[in-house]
Design a protein around this ligand. Structure first.
Ligand code: 5AD
Ligand code: SF4
Length: 426
């Protein structure tokens, strides 16, 4: 989500004739697109903004912008202004698309602009992103979140769910596919499964949108993130299973393997429900792979709760797990929960979680030997192509004259060398 927001910011800067520079010293404008989902992200960005102080002293005309979800928090814009008086523009997530206008008005007035909107406005369709990834294009299908998981700051800083119109999304994807540059379209939303429900028209939903997108002619795959397990419908499973354009790699954040913790996280599903969803996915979608997000050290998480998380990881056989240490976020319900877990316990648990996942990922890689998989050739060296499987695993293949970057081809996995799959084109 943030990467794509940055692409939109870059698009606005390009429209003002700015070009990318190699170093920050060469830049005329520096934009910090911030994230506040965990404290560590916030600390990193604060340090980076601080680093600019010396540069701004030498280069008086340098424009410094801070935007994104960090600024959207209570009192943050005032704190930023006080701590870093050299910032020229501070805006939030709801007016990020106005950045172009702020820059233009700044050059006229040369005064600090501090404007963070509290509320979301109409979705803007006139911002052309400057796309940076080679074969994948990110496409927002909706913004905001209505779920209020008790640990999460997103609903407070990104507002309520708003869906883009089907026709606008179809038009964007069509243009991307027709450009011939993109082989994967990744649809973005905090909870893509509730796409279109805000239209209340009894027709538009996520599967409806996917069906419209799959009608677009061309050689491309559709991925999406992020899904909420409580809203992942049987129709969606059937649709993915039956449509060649749908990627079979699914990101299904579970967050914990303990019902007690899930309840206090306000996730609104049980471990049993989640497991049966996973069973259905593996049963109905041949070749499906799963990834997930897990939080360890949520307030009150006991050794037994954590053991249940480890058990769930074993059960689901994820190809990848994004594990996070719980981070207190101001204004969220969990901030006030009792029994916060000590940091050393959190660290021990995340290390254990990664050990388990590492073993499972290796087992999955081993099980791929002698199997045929489809890959996308994304990069090359003198001797090899570097390709990616549908699930994002890297495969090294010997170069041949019949293939080139951007091709999708079938390979048989032969071995694993330094944790990398080695395949042969068939
Ligand atoms: N602490 C740790 N991880 C968090 N996430 C969201 N909020 C927090 C928090 N306060 C994680 C969740 C989510 C992912 C994007 O970030 O796992 O799925
Ligand atoms: Fe945060 Fe995702 Fe929960 Fe929304 S669904 S509150 S974005 S974790």
């Amino acid at each position: 989500m943030n990467i794509h927001d940055s692409e939109k910011i870059a698009g606005m800067l390009k429209s003002l004739n700015y070009e990318e520079t190699e170093t920050k010293e060469e830049a005329d404008i520096i934009v910090f697109n911030t994230c506040c989902i965990r404290e560590s992200a916030e600390q990193k960005i604060m340090a980076k903004i601080g680093d600019i102080k010396a540069l701004k002293k030498i280069k008086k005309d340098l424009i410094v912008v801070v935007c994104g979800c960090m600024t959207q928090q209570k009192n943050m814009k005032e704190n930023l202004k006080k701590k870093f008086p050299f910032i020229n523009i501070i805006i939030g997530t709801h007016n990020i698309e106005e950045l172009r206008n702020y820059i233009l008005s700044l050059s006229a007035k040369k005064k600090t602009i501090l404007d963070v909107w509290d509320k979301e406005k109409e979705i803007r369709e006139d911002i052309k992103p400057y796309r940076t990834s080679k074969f994948n294009a990110w496409v927002n299908i909706m913004y905001g979140c209505n779920n209020f998981c008790t640990y999460c700051i997103v609903p407070y800083v990104r507002g309520r769910e708003r869906s883009r119109q089907v026709c606008d999304i179809v038009e964007e994807v069509k243009t991307l596919v027709e450009s011939g540059n993109y082989k994967t379209i990744t649809l973005l939303g905090q909870n893509v499964n509730s796409y279109g429900l805000d239209f209340h028209d009894g027709k538009t939903n996520f599967v409806y949108l996917l069906n419209e997108l799959c009608k677009i002619k061309g050689d491309f795959k559709i991925k999406f993130m992020t899904s909420h397990p409580k809203d992942f419908s049987p129709e969606l499973i059937d649709f993915i299973a039956s449509n060649d354009k749908m990627s079979k790699s699914i990101h299904l954040p579970v967050q914990s393997g303990s019902n007690e913790i899930l309840k206090r996280m306000n996730r609104r599903y049980t471990v049993e429900k989640y497991k049966s969803l996973v069973d259905q996915i593996y049963k109905k979608i041949p070749g499906a792979t799963l990834t997930t997000d897990m939080i360890v050290g949520f307030p009150g998480e006991s050794d037994d709760d954590f053991k249940k998380t480890c058990d769930l990881i074993e059960y689901c056989k994820y190809i990848g797990v994004f594990g996070f240490v719980y981070s207190k976020r101001k204004g969220t319900p969990a901030e006030k929960f009792e029994n916060q877990v000590p940091i050393n316990v959190k660290r021990e648990r995340i290390t254990k979680l990664f050990e388990i996942q590492h073993r499972i990922s290796n087992e999955i890689l081993q099980s791929m030997i002698n199997k045929k998989v489809e890959v996308l050739i994304e990069d090359e060296s003198e001797l090899y192509f570097i390709a990616k499987t549908d699930s994002g695993k890297t495969v090294r293949i010997n170069k041949d004259k019949d293939h080139k970057l951007g091709d999708i081809c079938s390979v048989v996995i032969k071995k694993i060398l330094s944790k990398q799959l080695v395949g042969e084109i068939v």
